[in-house]
Ligand binder design. Structure first.
Ligand SMILES: O=C(O)CCC(=O)C(=O)O
Ligand SMILES: [Fe+2]
Length: 333
């Protein structure tokens, strides 16, 4: 006899690939990887992403026309003053609506293919941000801004539009931090006064220190990219040399067949979601239809833009059961 014979259900099988999370974040990642017929390069990309929560792509084939074109297109939108060489704004959101170059970078075939490989679903670029300078943004996980049901079907792709050094405020990120729990505002404080973004940022940086995670700095050559998974902690480091620029583009992606929401404006423990149901797919401009793994959903609108979410067939079942109870005069079905 072996000791494991004493454990109930030890020999039972479980459908590992049917778990309701991206396969690359699955606790059964290694088992699933063996089953997939991937090339050597694909295997190393997937392993890196699973272990560290990010991958760096240095050999992307992006034309200089696009990289330079984005700067030319965005400069007037950012209120660039040629005399002072200063920008009025430090970021522009969704410039893809105006600039075909921004759109082209958000829809790069090479990136879309890698994302589909990692997530097993079609990626949907839904938001672009262009920065001419460092953001100096505190450490955060994008999960606080963008989340999905099922969870973790979201990622960010950051592309350098010029060479990035320690002088011009590179992005910093904490490898392996994506494996930590996903924290919401209601988790970080036991009083409502603590449910604010500043407290969240203070929490995250203390969490990194407490877990002994050390940051890496994204010094990159123009045209290279970082893909980070939904819960990887990252931010913008301080810009040492303010005379320099730090041109970059971030595109945020969701994946198909999910419900998308903003945790920062939601009260998830109370079942109240700030659902993003007016997103468009940058690739084709079409409105994204929300669903849950292809099941139709119904949103019940409540206060402050928050909704409760029902699966349509769940409602139909409730109605059917109620009708049967009434018809046969029984208390429960
Ligand atoms: O570019 C940066 O400094 C960080 C941007 C960022 O965190 C984001 O867009 O999610
Ligand atoms: Fe971010």
């Amino acid at each position: 006899m072996q000791e494991t014979d004493l454990i109930p259900l030890w020999d039972k099988d479980f459908n590992k690939e049917s778990m309701n999370i991206p396969w690359v974040e699955s606790p059964f990642f290694n088992d699933i990887l063996i089953e997939k017929k991937l090339t050597k390069t694909e295997v190393s990309i997937a392993k890196e992403y699973n272990e560290n929560g990010y991958i760096i792509l240095e050999n992307l084939n992006i034309s200089d026309e696009i990289l330079t074109g984005i700067k030319t297109d965005c400069s007037p939108l950012l209120g660039f003053n040629p005399t002072t060489k200063k920008f009025r704004d430090t970021r522009i959101q969704d410039a893809f609506k105006i600039s075909k170059n921004v759109k082209a970078l958000a829809c790069l075939e090479q990136i879309l293919n890698i994302l589909e490989l990692l997530y097993g679903r079609k990626p949907i670029p839904f938001q672009t941000l262009n920065f001419p300078m460092a953001t100096e943004q505190g450490a955060h996980s994008d999960c606080i801004h963008f989340s999905s049901l099922p969870k973790n079907y979201m990622c960010g792709v950051w592309i350098a539009l010029e060479d990035i050094t320690l002088e011009n405020g590179p992005v910093f990120y904490f490898p392996k931090s994506h494996k930590l729990a996903e924290y919401s505002l209601t988790d970080i404080s036991n009083i409502q006064d603590g449910w604010n973004y500043q407290n969240y940022e203070n929490f995250i940086i203390n969490l990194m220190k407490s877990k002994n995670l050390t940051p890496k700095f994204l010094t990159l050559k123009k045209g290279s990219a970082l893909i980070w998974s939904a819960n990887l902690v990252h931010g913008g480091s301080l810009q040492k040399n303010k005379q320099l620029t730090r041109w970059s583009q971030v595109t945020h992606y969701f994946f198909e067949d999910c419900i998308y929401y903003t945790p920062l404006n939601s009260l998830v423990p109370f079942g109240q979601y700030f659902v993003r149901n007016n997103l468009s797919n940058i690739i084709n401009g079409e409105k994204i239809k929300l669903n849950y793994n292809k099941y139709d959903i119904k949103l019940n609108k409540g206060f402050s833009g928050m909704s409760t979410i029902f699966l349509k067939n769940q409602i139909q079942n409730i109605i059917k059961r109620t009708w049967l109870r009434v018809k046969y005069k029984i208390n429960s079905i």
